[in-house]
Design a protein around this ligand. Structure first.
Ligand code: FAD
Length: 383
């Protein structure tokens, strides 16, 4: 252990995923002194997410062009038997897969330019007497911050230390990324397999945007018959829509995905939670990138008010309970999905999807403009 030093800042943000980077940059731009700490020694390693951004996010936020893959308009849904898949094609760009290492790197540079003090390889190790303890390469630090932001992911330690809610319903997901095999004439496609053996309570995916192929699955951890790895191996051996895959992946990614909906208590007098730490993931699609950006913007507005003179009382407006009510429909569908167990039920569901009404319903869920129930106050914000 190195010598311990004391530091004072306005806000300590723990975790430099997309949520932490967005909050830290937003606050620094409003003139606050922000320290952002990240346990990983580089923003470009140990990426966890596939990084699929949906239409609405791409409309409301601007990303440097080199950080996004080609647009995807075609989606194909497969039942467990893989027979008679349902094809949905949109007239607009529905998805783009983030080149996540480049995206985190660009967001990190932007944070530093805004004035954020970014410390990599630095772990938040707990709190006592109002100070946060950090362990990093330059020795240990005791940080006194007016507010602490927990952006430390689905199993947030900050949530515990601030006495806030914790995620209880978690899926686990894993994927492999391969360089795309050129397939002339075939458009970028998002293949989804709804098979409870491969993805219990969720779905398995093969996203081929022409540059990379992401092969992944997620589900309730206790319900994979032979475990998550085996399910991923089955998918890799027989990837829908592809003849095969290169021998070895370029990258492997994995992590927990909270799907219990936004947590009820996400703020207290000492700070607040954002991103996965706050459960800000769509319970239905398990997409967390759009919610984490929007909730982070809301956190910036709230903390700016608190730091600008309103004091800790302003954090009461950052209320998970209120936002959670707007997710009721999606939470009900998540519960329904969680209970769909036998493959024949999925097979039968595809009968409905093949009707005009069913296909229209699928389009509404998959090609939708609904996002997390918080409009970005200023659209066109950079990430
Ligand atoms: C396999 C998989 C695929 C996914 N695909 C998609 C998708 O395609 N589209 C989509 O919208 N969502 C997807 N998600 C969900 C999405 O990735 C997350 O919701 C989103 O990335 C959350 O961002 P975050 O910043 O809150 O958390 P994270 O990205 O998890 O960041 C948390 C950070 O905190 C750091 N940290 C943790 N503890 C400490 C500590 N004690 N001290 C310092 N640092 C700490 C971690 O190292 C990490 O960098 C996927 C998730 C998984 C697991």
């Amino acid at each position: 252990m190195g010598p311990q030093r004391d530091v004072a800042v306005d806000v300590l943000v723990v975790g430099a995923g997309l949520a932490g980077l967005q909050v830290a940059t937003g606050l620094a731009r409003r003139g606050h002194e922000v320290l952002l700490v990240e346990a990983r020694s580089s923003l470009t390693t140990s990426v966890r997410t596939t990084g699929i951004f949906v239409h609405r996010t791409l409309q409301d936020y601007t990303f440097p062009d080199h950080t996004l893959g080609p647009p995807i308009r075609r989606m194909v849904l497969y039942p467990p038997s893989r027979r008679r898949p349902v094809e949905l094609v949109s007239g607009r760009d529905e998805f783009r897969v983030g080149r996540m290492a480049a995206l985190y790197e660009a967001a990190g540079e932007r944070a530093v330019r805004a004035g954020v003090g970014l410390r990599l390889g630095t772990r938040y190790a707990g709190r006592d007497a109002g100070a946060s303890h950090l362990e990093g390469p330059g020795g240990d630090l005791r940080v006194r911050a007016r507010f602490v932001v927990g952006a430390d992911g689905a199993r947030s330690r900050v949530a515990d230390d601030l006495g806030l809610s914790r995620n209880r319903q978690l899926l686990v997901g894993a994927e492999e990324v391969y360089p795309a095999v050129p397939r002339p004439g075939s458009p970028p496609t998002f293949h989804c397999v709804l098979d409870p053996r491969l993805a219990p309570g969720y779905l398995a995916w093969v996203v081929d945007d022409g540059e990379h192929v992401h092969v992944g699955t997620a589900g309730y951890p206790a319900r994979f018959d032979g475990g998550l790895r085996q399910a991923l191996a089955h998918l890799r051996d027989d990837p829908p829509g592809l003849d095969g895959l290169p021998a070895a992946p370029a990258e492997r990614r994995a992590g927990p995905i909270p799907v219990g909906g936004l947590l009820a208590r996400i703020s207290g007098p000492d700070g607040l939670l954002v991103g996965d730490a706050a459960g800000a993931v769509s319970p239905l699609t398990a997409g967390g990138l759009d919610p984490c950006l929007r909730l982070s913007d809301h956190a910036v507005d709230t903390l700016d008010e608190a730091l600008g003179g309103a004091g800790p009382g302003a954090l009461r407006a950052y209320d998970g309970q209120v936002l959670r009510r707007r997710l009721t429909g999606r939470l009900a569908l998540r519960t329904a999905l969680a209970h769909l167990r036998p493959p024949w039920v999925h097979e039968a569901g595809f009968g409905l999807l093949r009707t005009t009404w069913g296909a229209a319903a699928a389009r509404r869920v998959l090609f939708h403009d609904q996002s997390f129930p918080l409009a970005s106050r200023e659209v066109g914000r950079a990430v």
